[in-house]
Design a protein around this ligand. Structure first.
Ligand code: SF4
Ligand code: SF4
Length: 420
């Protein structure tokens, strides 16, 4: 049975924007992976593409220039180290080597050395027999993958050929939202000669691109609680990840930049740009003519699943697909920006339950959380939440249910509450 989601108003201001390159920022702070440490020191000169950390998926200098320091950054997801590089005028690239792969192991090792987070998915899905290229981008404003399908269609096709050859996968589905026929057509054309590759136009509902939902809807394979796509022998990658890997095996240039949507009511020129990893969000916003002064909300990623941050100087990460900035909370019932909306009591309409793709009962979880009933919470399984935000979006009483679920998860992970 297919898992159905909710329909969000289609608000994609930048879907017709060509991707532009952001000018080199004055300074970048390149995040170091949590399992790694910096391999460079203050005062050292680096070129774009030089390795600057170890770790399973290392970091690379995204600009050329002088390392100023190794710093610690605090953001809503925790603390991490970053290499601060002051960009020089010349912007020279390192002499990188084109990687070689002879088999699955060497392919995965090369992908990891590229700094691409997809390497972890490749390593986890060694037994996969299906590849899904996830072009469903259901959240409002975000267009980075959509633009990738239109601008980098040939690279995506080359990436699919490469990945399926080395991973031993014979069946590939490219999943595209049915309201993006031009992206589906571009993918059809680019992938027409790839054996076993099929383009699927799927309902543009949310969270159709969540792995759990996608694997179920495309392959019919159902995940048990806590299982990943890899457990179902499915490898799910984004179009941009397939395109990046193809480019990397062609040029050897590691992951030093990414495509980002910059939008929101304070952005005069909403656009899609390619920006160096570690650029301050403020630099992207400045290039898009955004006015930061009256900003009330800065969201990194989609409005349903993204993170709210307060510091525009935080650095762009490899997984950040959008930088959205707003002056006013959006009108009632749109996205998670409900700050200005009045919360009322639950009217027991059951909409949050029907919207939940994993069958949770957010209103009951909220009740158990308020009463600190840990035993009830355990039974209600907030740990299965995929963080799609649909419950918050759909609630007529404006309850911040997704936030409630996160709090419930924390309570179960830690101490506090009543076991009875
Ligand atoms: S959608 Fe909101 S009002 Fe309706 S049952 Fe859920 S929490 Fe209550
Ligand atoms: S409980 Fe979690 S998975 Fe279910 S709708 Fe809410 S955010 Fe999505």
């Amino acid at each position: 049975m297919k898992i159905r989601g909710i329909f969000l108003d289609r608000e994609k201001n930048t879907e017709n924007s060509l991707t532009i390159a952001m000018p080199t920022p004055e300074r970048v702070r390149v995040p170091i992976p949590r399992d790694g440490k910096a391999l460079v020191k203050a005062g050292q000169w680096v070129l774009t593409g030089n390795v600057i950390s170890d770790g399973a998926v290392p970091a690379h200098a995204s600009v050329s220039g002088k390392v100023e320091e190794i710093t610690v950054i605090d953001d809503p997801s925790g603390s991490y180290e970053a290499v601060v590089i002051k960009a020089d005028e010349d912007q020279k690239e390192a002499a990188v080597r084109v990687p070689r792969a002879d088999d699955r192991e060497s392919f995965i090792a090369a992908a990891a050395a590229s700094g691409c987070p997809a390497a972890e998915k490749l390593a986890a899905a060694k037994d996969a027999d299906i590849l899904i290229v996830n072009g469903l981008e259901s959240e409002q404003y975000v267009t980075a993958e959509y633009r990738c399908m239109l601008d980098d269609d040939k690279l995506i096709a080359a990436g699919i050929s490469l990945i399926s050859r080395f991973m031993g996968i014979e069946k590939t589905y490219i999943a595209v939202a049915a309201d993006c026929p031009d992206a589906a057509e571009a993918m059809q054309k680019a992938a027409k000669d790839i054996k076993g590759c099929e383009v699927l136009s799927l309902r543009p509902d949310h969270p159709g691109g969540a792995e759990f939902v996608l694997v179920n809807n495309v392959t019919g394979r159902k995940s048990a609680p806590g299982e990943s796509a890899a457990d179902q022998k499915v490898l799910v990658l984004l179009p941009s990840e397939a395109a990046f890997l193809a480019g990397y095996f062609e040029t050897g240039m590691p992951m030093v930049k990414r495509r980002v949507t910059v939008d929101g009511d304070l952005v005069k020129t909403p656009c899609v740009m390619e920006a160096p990893i570690g650029s301050p969000y403020s630099a992207l916003l400045a290039y898009a003519d955004a006015n930061l002064d009256p900003a009330e909300k800065l969201v990194i990623g989609g409005m349903m699943t993204g993170k709210s941050v307060t510091d525009p100087e935080l650095p762009l990460g490899k997984g950040d697909n959008a930088v959205l900035i707003f002056m006013k909370p959006l009108e009632e019932g749109k996205g998670t920006l409900k700050d200005g909306c009045v919360q009322t009591n639950c009217i027991k309409c059951g909409r949050c339950m029907r919207a939940c793709p994993v069958g949770l009962m957010p209103m009951r979880i909220e009740k158990a959380l308020i009463k600190k009933k840990k035993a009830d919470l355990k039974r209600l399984r907030p740990d299965l939440c995929v963080g799609c935000g649909s419950c918050t979006y759909i609630c007529p009483a404006n309850r911040e249910l997704a936030e409630v679920i996160r709090k419930a998860q924390k309570m179960l992970a830690g101490k506090g509450g009543d076991e009875a």
